[in-house]
Design a protein around this ligand. Structure first.
Ligand code: UDX
Length: 464
């Protein structure tokens, strides 16, 4: 079986390399020649553990090639996967479907034989049915030979675990309209199916919805525990113990109940907003009203970190009993170490990163911020060039008045608190991901506060 993969971003590049690993001949297609040249040299343009090795292995074996030319795959491949992005539209909640539509139409015009097109991108429900019609119309117009069918096969890979999630997924969902399409996809996924991976063949709408429902559910879980953080911050209580206790209920489960600065990345936030836009188009605003709350709770966490920073730094001020002040008055002239810029560890992705958003807000409110991320400094600097990026956690911490852990990289979790206490001007830490042993850090001389922890407000801040 010959496979083409359209789009060579996180999803497409990983899918192409993994399909080669499963034994298929694969061609990756992208409209960006620079990206294609790098991949053809065996270079992955982003950080994804395990992917560079797989790419080099299969570029060298000749099983994996790359091109910018749709014509090259149109007469060649049996199955074409579409893995291009569906970013949030500028200034709107809706997903931008330009890239998916363009990929589908380019394939419709290039295919000259029997083939199956398989959509993997996350799309608003109804897209597959719309594309089925558009592809058929374009092919009839152009009088092209071959029977082309469409299927939808959502992708659930997590950044940082993309290779594992593609080769050994939790489940495989295919939206198909014929036994032939299902059979072809069973052949593609023969290896995971041998490992008893659950297989669900369904209609287009269900397949499209599984993906957005999964992401909305995960985001709900995170915002749910973060909403309880707002309660424990007010009345006291331990959010981590609450999450552990909830998690022991096997109907709930412990995963995705880590309270902290909230979710970000290229998927969860924009997929939720795209779902809101789609249900609104369908006249179902009330059905998904809770999604608004979820997004708001998530964004309020970032605000909480900024406020907590102001509360802690206010300890250094002599306010003559003044209780009302702005954040800028407190933050100006302070130096804050920002540990983490990626939206989560094991990734260099800074799209909608809570860490960077917080760093930027602190900077805009007058603090000098020294940012360090083990992988994401370059991407972060491209997005927020005015922040100060440094080459190590120690450099960030040196002479800082406050440190904030915002991405839970193992090297931050393993920092020696005694050494941190030596480095900082005033040893104080906000644990924005609730991963540090606060008792041990306090004992080592670093006053450590977690999100969800109650602290008595020292000053009342009145805005920025
Ligand atoms: C997500 C989905 O998990 C994946 O199935 C889908 O295909 C793409 O979107 P990803 O964006 O790689 O994957 O990140 P994920 O591991 O889900 O984390 C998303 C965000 O939630 C991160 O910012 C993470 O820090 C945050 N998070 C996660 C929490 O704040 N608390 C948790 O308990 C779990």
């Amino acid at each position: 079986m010959r496979i083409s993969v359209i789009g060579t971003g996180y999803l497409g590049a990983t899918h192409a390399a993994c399909m080669a690993e499963l034994g298929f001949e694969v061609i990756g297609v992208d409209v960006d020649p620079a990206k294609i040249q790098r991949l053809a040299r065996g270079e992955v343009p982003f950080h994804e553990p395990g992917l560079p090795e797989l790419l080099v292995k299969h570029v060298d074996s000749g099983r994996l090639r790359f091109t910018t030319d749709y014509a090259e795959v149109g007469g060649w491949a049996d199955v074409h996967f579409i893995g291009v992005g569906t970013p949030q539209k500028d200034g709107e909640n809706a997903a931008d479907m330009r890239f998916v539509d363009a990929a589908a139409m380019s394939l419709a015009e290039a295919i000259t034989r029997d083939a199956l097109i398989v959509g993997k991108s996350t799309v608003p429900v109804g897209t597959a049915a719309r594309l089925r019609e558009a592809i058929a119309a374009r092919r009839t117009e152009n009088g092209l030979p071959g029977r082309v069918e469409l299927a939808w096969n959502p992708e659930f890979l997590r950044e940082g675990y993309a290779v594992k999630d593609t080769i050994s997924p939790d489940r495989l969902i295919v939206g198909v309209e014929s036994a032939h399409a299902e059979q072809l996809l069973r052949e593609v996924y023969a290896a995971p199916l041998e490992q008893d991976t659950p297989w669900i063949a369904t209609d287009f709408q269900t397949a499209e919805l599984v993906k957005v429902a999964a992401n909305a559910f995960l985001a709900t879980k995170i915002s749910f525990i973060n909403a309880f953080s707002e309660i424990t911050e007010t009345v006291g209580g331990d959010i981590r113990t609450l999450a552990d206790a909830l998690g022991h209920d096997s109907r709930i489960g412990r995963r995705f109940l880590n309270a902290g600065v909230g979710f970000g990345g290229g998927c969860l936030p924009k997929d939720i907003r795209a779902l809101q836009a789609r249900v609104s188009e369908l006249g179902l605003n009330r059905t998904m009203q809770f999604l608004n709350n979820m997004d708001e709770i998530n964004l309020r966490r970032r605000d909480r970190v900024v406020d907590l920073a102001a509360q802690l730094l206010a300890e250094d001020r002599d306010d003559d009993g003044r209780t009302h002040t702005t954040r800028t008055q407190i933050l100006q002239g302070t130096r804050i170490a920002i540990l983490g810029a990626a939206f989560k560890p094991h990734s260099d992705d800074v799209r909608d990163s809570p860490a960077l958003d917080v760093a930027n807000r602190l900077f805009c409110t007058g603090a000098a911020t020294a940012v360090f991320d083990p992988q994401a400094n370059a991407n972060a600097a491209a997005r927020f060039p005015r922040l100060d990026y440094v080459g190590s956690a120690e450099q960030a911490l040196r002479d800082a008045d406050l440190a904030i852990l915002l991405t839970e990289w193992p090297e931050f979790r393993e920092l020696d608190p005694a050494r941190v206490a030596e480095l900082m001007r005033t040893p104080r830490m906000i644990d924005g991901r609730n991963v540090l042993d606060r008792t041990a850090w306090d004992a080592a001389g670093v006053h450590t506060v977690g999100l969800g922890q109650h602290i008595e407000p020292r000053v009342r801040t009145v805005g920025d």
